[in-house]
Structures are given as structure tokens and as C-alpha cells.
Design a protein around this ligand. Structure first.
Ligand SMILES: *Cc1c(COP(=O)(O)O)cnc(C)c1O
Length: 402
């Protein structure tokens, strides 16, 4: 979470602007706000980085992906291909817009693969909700071929991949709409916040209306605006947007530093037998928020985790056991334990979620251990960490072969 390492005068200035007028609402109140429009500024900063034609800030990455799906026309009964490795929010968003998730295989990019999507296709498949995981990106050339060949709608959850790109195009901009998260754990934070991006004007307008009770935001009398569609409240506050502005301005510097640190630590670790790294489809576009280690197999990876716990190594995630990022622990989905009935329960799930066969995903996530890259790491910090990791891997490999 490099953004959180860097709060300072810039964030405070943006917040002070908002507090000086007291207008915490992103719309209207033109005469009172002293020309401070933080949500709009936040969107402008995101556009600057991603080259998106349109950006729309909302209350979270979760509401951004839900809005992206809805504005792309995905709703009740639509089959949507999703990955089994993602933050839960992706699946919740698909379910809550009324659509039916279909789980497909990922590969060493940690994202859905073209092969996986092909195998999960049915005559009812309407869309792919692709997730760019751990700061990297999917192998877009092969994915776009399948998506175009089968006339599917692509929506991208780039919650973890803001500022990452593939062959010059930023994540979130390959399909109809995409989303970024600015929660507390991402490359930059707004406290809570999300941004939807698209190059399509109609999709943008629908997102704008949908995320604010249908308001068309034309004119200056809020209660008299037209409401072309039904919507809901997914608005971001000016206070959150203000932090988002300052943090997003830091992202180019953060990314450069992340990439530098990732290179150093990968160089140090690559000398250790048994350590390899997750595939980055375009290394030049890596946002490098995570160092993603791949161990030879699940058993060794679990031993490495045990060794690291014993050696008090901190700052890593073993997603295979994570309750929120990996399907093996999503028993509430498998059992369909819902607070109130969802369309999937009425229409019937397209797959037996309890008995999915996803061997490639199991193998890849079983082998994966990720470290969050820190902006403020020193050369010494990285050397020490790499030595500790290497020692644990060497020990774990020995016990495994003994
Ligand atoms: C963080 C994250 C989200 C959710 O974002 P919030 O801002 O916490 O709602 C969605 N998808 C992915 C892949 C994420 O990592």
C-alpha cells in the first residue's frame, strides 16, 4: 500500500480546500464551493494517467465494478465469466447486478486465460469480467481474440492494477468499461473510493446516471433534474475525492519506485533454486505493487509459509488460504448463503459452485506467495528480506525432499 506510506502536505491541502467551504457534496452548490470540485479533479488525474476518455469517481472499487457491469448492459440472467482468484467484490458485483457468474481457469499471469475462457463458454455467455491481479495484467492479445471471436462484452476489474498497462493501453480500457479501487490497500488511496473508466460516451453517461439515483446532472437545480434511468447512491464524497486527487498525483513516482524495488529484490531472489516469479504479460506495464513468488508446488509453498511465520517474516499473502481472494474458502457462494434472495437463486446457477474442476487455478494459486512492495524500502531492507525469504525456501525445499 505505497500510497499510505506517503500522506503529507499535499493531501492536507486538498482536504483543507473542501473544509474551507464546507461543501462535501460533489454536485451543485456552485456559488458556495469557491470553485473546488475534488471529484472532478480526481477523475481528471485518473484520465491523465490512463488516457481514458471518460472517468467517473464513485464510493468504492466495489461500486465502480458494479456500475461498470450495469452500464455495460449486464444484468439479470446474463452469464458472466469470472476468475476464481480475485477479491470477492468482483463476484459480489456480478451477483448483485443479477448476473450469473461462471468460473473459468486462470494461468501464470494470475488472470483469466484465453484457454480458460474458451472452456467456460456456453451459448448463454454474455460477458467476461476480467480481473487484473496483483499489480500485473492479463495476456490481452490472446484474450481479446477469444472475446472478439465470440462477440462477448468485456468489463475489467482493475481494482489492483491502476496505472498498469499492456502494450501501451492501460488496464480498464480494453473493453466496454473498467474500474479501479482506491481503498486503503491499493497503490493509491482515497480512504474509500473507486473510479470507473471507459472510452465510450454512452457507457459513461449511464454510469454517471446509475451511480446517483438516475440524475442526469444537467442544470443547477438538483431536484429538477431529469432521471433517464433508475439508479442508486454510489457517490463519492468531496473529502474522499480530495485525498484521491493528491494520492493519484503521486502514482507515477510510486510506480517508478515500485518497479525499481521489484527489480532489485527479484534479482536477489532469482539466485535461489526453487524460486520463480508469476508471469507479467507486459513487463513494461507492470505497476509492481506486488512481488509474486512462484514455488515449485503447493506443498513446498505451504512449508515456505510455515518457515516464514517461524522466522517472523511479515508482509506476505498466501492467497491459497485467504478467505476473501480465493474460491476454496468461498463457502458462502458454494452454499449460496445470502441475506436475501438473489436472481441466481431464482434462475439457477450455471455451474455447480461446490464441485468446480479448476486444476490449473489450484496449481497456480497453491504455488503463489505475494509480498506487497514498499515505497520506503531501503537497499538494506530488501537485502535482509531477500536473505530471509531465500533461507526459508531452502529449508522448505530440503524438508520436502527429505
Ligand atoms: C480492492 C478490490 C476491489 C474492491 O475495492 P473496494 O474499493 O475495497 O470496494 C475490487 N476488485 C479487486 C480486484 C480488488 O482488489
Amino acid at each position: 500500500m505505497p500510497g499510505t506510506e506517503l500522506f503529507g502536505a499535499e493531501e492536507r491541502k486538498e482536504i483543507d480546500d473542501v473544509l474551507s467551504t464546507g461543501i462535501l457534496f460533489r454536485y451543485n452548490h456552485d456559488a458556495l464551493r469557491n470553485n473546488h470540485w475534488k471529484a472532478k479533479d480526481f477523475e481528471a488525474e485518473v484520465k491523465k494517467i490512463t488516457n481514458a476518455k471518460y472517468a467517473h469517481a464513485v464510493s468504492s472499487g466495489s461500486t465502480a465494478i458494479a456500475t461498470a457491469l450495469a452500464a455495460s448492459g449486464i444484468g439479470a440472467g446474463d452469464e458472466v465469466i469470472v476468475p476464481p482468484f480475485t477479491f470477492m467484490a468482483t463476484i459480489e458485483a456480478v451477483l448483485f447486478v443479477g448476473a450469473l457468474p461462471v468460473f473459468a481457469e486462470i494461468d501464470e499471469t494470475l488472470c483469466l486465460s484465453a484457454e480458460g475462457i474458451k472452456k467456460a463458454l456456453s451459448p448463454k455467455t454474455k460477458a467476461v469480467c476480467l480481473v487484473h491481479m496483483c499489480g500485473g495484467m492479463a495476456d490481452m492479445d490472446s484474450l481479446m481474440k477469444v472475446i472478439n471471436d465470440h462477440h462477448l462484452i468485456l468489463v475489467e476489474d482493475a481494482g489492483q492494477a491502476f496505472a498498469a498497462s499492456y502494450k501501451g493501453t492501460y488496464t480498464g480500457l480494453f473493453g466496454k468499461a473498467g474500474s479501479y479501487s482506491f481503498d486503503f490497500f491499493k497503490i493509491a488511496t482515497a480512504g474509500e473510493g473507486g473510479v470507473l473508466v471507459t472510452n465510450d460516451e454512452h457507457t459513461y453517461k449511464k454510469a454517471d446516471v446509475y451511480s446517483d439515483h438516475g440524475h442526469d446532472h444537467i442544470g443547477s437545480v438538483r431536484g429538477m433534474e431529469q432521471h433517464p434511468y433508475l439508479g442508486f447512491n454510489y457517490r463519492i464524497s468531496e473529502l474522499h475525492a480530495a485525498i484521491g486527487v493528491a494520492q493519484t498525483r503521486r502514482v507515477p513516482a510510486i510506480k517508478e519506485k515500485n518497479r525499481h524495488h521489484k527489480k532489485i529484490i527479484q534479482n536477489l531472489l532469482s539466485k535461489t533454486e526453487g524460486i520463480s516469479f508469476a508471469k507479467v504479460a507486459d513487463p513494461d506495464g507492470d505497476s509492481a505493487t506486488f512481488l509474486n513468488l512462484m514455488l515449485p508446488n503447493t506443498e513446498i509453498a505451504q512449508r515456505v509459509v510455515d518457515e516464514m511465520k517461524a522466522a517472523e517474516v511479515v508482509g506476505f499473502d498466501y492467497w491459497y488460504k485467504n478467505m476473501y481472494h480465493f474460491i476454496n474458502q468461498w463457502d458462502h457462494i458454494k452454499e449460496m448463503r445470502t441475506v436475501s434472495k438473489l436472481p441466481v437463486e431464482v434462475l439457477g446457477a450455471p455451474q455447480d459452485y461446490k464441485n468446480l474442476h479448476l486444476p490449473k487455478t489450484q496449481e497456480v494459486i497453491g504455488r503463489l506467495i505475494s509480498f506487497g512492495i514498499k515505497y520506503k524500502w531501503t537497499e538494506e531492507d530488501m537485502k535482509t528480506l531477500a536473505e530471509k525469504i531465500s533461507t526459508c525456501v531452502i529449508k522448505a525445499t530440503k524438508t520436502a525432499s527429505a
